[in-house]
Design a protein around this ligand. Structure first.
Ligand code: PMP
Length: 445
């Protein structure tokens, strides 16, 4: 298998030649909060699949819903003329779940990148319908991650995901990241940093002209950029500027929706109602590729009141509203609420973060610790004074040490990312911390 993998598979974000030198672990099974590799080694999954397997690997009601739906209607198009029952039932459940976020309508997709692309397109179309066709630009945050499509790549705040594909969308504006550990404002005070970013947004609006900007897109807690938790004032301050200048706010909640941060949505964590929310990942617990863009009243109304051809969405996917994905999502949503995963994420998240702080105190390799709920990161440095990122082999040693101690973690540059399933216990948190310590110890030697 390893040889076939090296020869024929091209993995995301990996160099093809790397597959021979450093073959990936083949995962063959999952059970509860654990995964099992092809050699039978059991690992506590500190990654939660890829931030998405919130309910773990043994959620039988979801598996049952998928099997039943496959038996009844495995697929039919949900374009204008036809629809299906699970899709309608899910849209009602989602509107209820996200009512506190002001969301009323769902547009279904096959994943996070599709959700971002859809929201960006809807934002431009909204302004065109509203008689402001010049509002075409997008604003985002550095270190934000918004998927791989050309729109999402354009608003991505990481050059590594953009460089090879430029030129991207013109007129994309990147504000600073709320990354307290390193930032151009040279402040380690998160509130000062949030105020500076809000001022930067106001400056950019003045410079470009509000009537050229369609939307601001941001993650309530930045994920792939290294788990960056903004000060609580940032999102409300940016929301206020959007309101003042007629700019839409798109919350990219592909990771943060459904409880991961300890709140049911990341926007709710900060008391903000966005105009649209991009979701995917945990919507089906990773069991089926699926996503939804949640749309608020303000956007819906403009489309509903328009009677021209422009008012229909000229955008859709073969798998928009896939009945099997919808059936899975209905049960995931019910299980997520029934098991109160947000509370467990909040409680276990506090324990995990405390443990990570202890590791930081013990190991100089750890420069920074960040987290909210079960979204955490350790940033590894070779020198705490100049914050120089740790060498690749040190990061790899931590990964290997944790793996040998029975916990799967994820590395991203010089960050260790932790996003376990939301069903983990207090004992599982200790297991993650012990394994990380084993990894840090081996890297320190
Ligand atoms: N937005 C965010 C915030 C994400 O984290 C991701 C994926 N990690 C995406 C968009 C893209 O989602 P997908 O990989 O399902 O296309």
């Amino acid at each position: 298998l390893t040889e076939h993998n090296a020869r024929h598979v091209w993995h995301p974000m990996a160099h093809p030649a790397e597959m021979r030198a450093n073959p990936p672990t083949i995962i063959s099974a999952g059970e509860g909060a654990e995964i099992i590799d092809v050699d039978g080694k059991r690992l506590l999954d500190g990654v939660g699949g890829l931030w998405n397997v919130n309910l773990g690997y043994s959620c039988d009601p979801v598996k049952q819903a998928i099997t039943t739906q496959l038996g009844e209607l495995p697929y039919y198009s949900a374009f204008r003329g036809t629809t299906n029952g699970p899709l309608i039932e899910l849209s009602v459940a989602l509107a209820e779940f996200f009512a506190a976020d002001g969301m009323v309508r769902s547009f279904f997709t096959s994943g996070g990148s599709d959700s971002v692309e859809t929201a960006l397109r809807l934002a431009r179309q909204f302004h065109k319908l509203n008689g402001q066709p010049e509002r075409t630009k997008f604003v985002s945050l550095k270190k934000g991650y918004h998927g791989t499509h050309f729109g999402g790549a354009s608003v991505n705040g990481n050059q590594n995901f953009r460089r090879a594909y430029e030129p991207l969308l013109p007129g994309t504006i990147h504000l600073a990241s709320p990354y307290t550990y390193r930032n151009p404002f040279n402040t380690d005070d998160p509130k000062v940093l949030a105020d500076s970013i809000a001022r930067q947004f106001a400056d950019e609006i003045a410079f470009h002209g509000a009537d050229t900007i369609a939307a601001l897109i941001m993650e309530p807690v930045l994920g792939a950029g290294g788990v960056i938790v903004p000060h609580e004032s940032l999102m409300p301050a940016l929301r206020a500027l959007c309101d003042k200048h007629g700019i839409l706010l798109i919350a990219d909640e592909v990771i943060t929706a459904f409880g991961r941060t300890g709140a049911w949505s990341g926007s709710r964590l900060w008391g903000v109602k966005p105009d649209m929310m991009c979701t995917a990942k945990a919507i089906t617990n990773g069991y089926f590729p699926f996503g939804a863009v949640m749309i608020g009243e303000k956007v819906t109304e403009v489309f509903e009141n328009d009677r021209t051809a422009m008012g229909s969405i000229g955008h859709g996917y073969t798998y928009s509203g896939h009945p099997v994905g919808a059936a899975a999502a209905i049960v995931c949503l019910a299980e997520t609420v029934k098991q109160d995963l947000a509370t467990n994420a909040a409680e276990r998240g506090i324990e995990l973060l405390e443990g990570l702080e202890t590791l930081k105190a013990r190991y100089p390799l750890v420069g920074d610790v960040r987290g909210k709920g079960l979204m955490c990161a350790l940033e590894l440095v070779s020198n705490r004074d100049d914050k120089a990122p740790a060498a690749k082999d040190k990061v790899a040693q931590v990964y290997k040490g944790a793996y040998e101690a029975g916990v799967m973690i994820r590395t991203s540059g010089n960050n260790i990312i932790l996003s376990p399933t939301l069903i983990i216990s207090k004992q599982d948190v200790s297991r993650i911390l012990e394994a990380l310590e084993a990894g840090l110890k081996s890297a320190a030697n």
